[in-house]
Design a protein around this ligand. Structure first.
Ligand code: AMP
Length: 187
């Protein structure tokens, strides 16, 4: 089972991705987490990415694609994974298709967390991360809206896209996601 979660910040996709990791042993691959760790460790990647994270803008595609390629080429690829926050652009999706084709691990499903902007702002104002102040949240939402349509089209054309109404309890969302996975999985 290999799945991509797409949704705005605050849509609950990170929580659900981590539940798949804890309960079903999926490998969790979150580019936000990887980038934040790189910034703290002050690696070359971290130094390049830091200004983008601080502003809430997207890190350049090439940098993020390299991070993900490195993850998939590092060792034996994990046959079960959930992507949280990647791909975020069509260029990233195309690069990711190539990475996955190279390791013979095609995706089973792409889940789009559908949520109203007002609900997102309400949720994020309580989260307390340094890029969660109101202006940065709004910047991240604008970017998300601008890039999402083409990204969703990319996966819709591949027949992988599922819309999920994301204003729901954690348990109910989890049940809906796991109900979706076996039907679409070849593993
Ligand atoms: P997230 O934790 O997914 O909300 O990501 C936090 C921040 O990391 C974003 O606001 C971006 O600056 C950066 N980031 C994470 N994933 C990506 C990605 N796939 N492409 C570009 N920037 C990203």
């Amino acid at each position: 089972m290999r799945v991509v979660f797409i949704g705005p910040p605050g849509s609950g996709k990170g929580t659900q991705a981590k539940l798949l990791q804890e309960r079903l042993g999926f490998e969790y691959i979150g580019t936000g987490d990887i980038l934040r760790a790189a910034v703290i460790q002050q690696t070359d990647t971290g130094k390049q990415a830091a200004p983008y994270l601080a502003q809430g803008s997207l890190v350049p595609d090439q940098l993020v694609n390299e991070i993900v390629a490195e993850r998939f080429h590092r060792g034996p690829p994990c046959p079960r994974f959930v992507m949280d926050g990647y791909p975020r652009t069509v260029a990233q999706a195309i690069a990711f298709d190539k990475i996955l084709a190279g390791v013979k691990l095609p995706l089973d499903a792409v889940i789009h967390f559908v949520i109203d902007e007002n609900e997102v702002v309400k949720r994020l104002s309580g989260r307390g991360r340094s890029d969660d102040d109101a202006n940065t949240v709004r910047a991240r939402l604008r970017i998300f809206e601008d890039t999402i349509r083409d990204l969703l089209d990319h996966y819709r054309r591949q027949g992988l896209l599922h819309d999920l109404h994301a204003v729901d309890t954690v348990d109910s969302l989890y049940a809906k996601i796991t109900a979706l996975l076996p039907k679409t999985s070849s593993v």
